[in-house]
Design a protein around this ligand. Structure first.
Ligand SMILES: [Zn+2]
Length: 181
């Protein structure tokens, strides 16, 4: 496995003709939109991309991207690191008129120029692979989660003390409403 740096821009037509493979790393700074989502945009993205000739003069790009990012846990507001990885399967076409002819299952990028940015090929997929709400893995979060559970438990106990019969958890809100009126 090669982990050396790869060029920021490549000639996708030439690579497709050669059935070329690019494998290695690009700095996260090359991924502008993705980098903006991170606390620290340092580190590398590891890429492995195979190029081949697609239908109607397009270039097929298949492979994967992976990196480790620094995020803020929305539970405890502490920084944590996590792996983000994605698969890449797309077609590069020279103009929009070719899009209609491609199969709908493939993602496509329109690039009039034969030299394209490698980061742009995978950036959308990397962004989609990011967690919607960054949080520590269960059991690794040191803060509020645990405290919140304690409060809920106390509420349940209060309700149980007030009632002689046990109420299922789902009825808790209803039960509290009744007590307040
Ligand atoms: Zn946390």
């Amino acid at each position: 496995m090669s982990t050396g740096p790869i060029p920021e821009r490549v000639d996708h037509r030439k690579l497709a003709n050669q059935a070329g493979l690019i494998e290695g790393t690009l700095p996260i700074q090359c991924f502008h939109r993705f980098g903006e989502m991170l606390v620290v945009s340092e580190g590398d993205v590891y890429l492995r991309l195979e190029f081949s000739k697609g239908d109607f003069g397009s270039t097929s790009v298949n492979g994967s991207a992976a990196t480790e990012v620094c995020l803020i846990c929305q539970n405890c507001m502490q920084q944590f690191r996590r792996q983000v990885s994605c698969d890449v399967a797309l077609q590069v076409v020279s103009d929009e008129s070719k899009l209609e002819r491609l199969s709908e299952v493939d993602d496509a990028i329109v690039a009039p120029d034969k030299v394209i940015s490698v980061a742009e090929l995978v950036e959308d997929e990397l962004i989609l692979a990011m967690p919607m709400i960054p949080r520590h893995e269960e059991g690794q979060c040191l803060e509020t989660d645990y405290e919140q559970q304690e409060i809920v438990l106390q509420e349940v106990q209060k309700v149980q003390e007030a009632q002689t019969t046990y109420r299922p958890f789902a009825d808790l809100a209803k039960t509290i409403d009744k007590q307040n009126t």
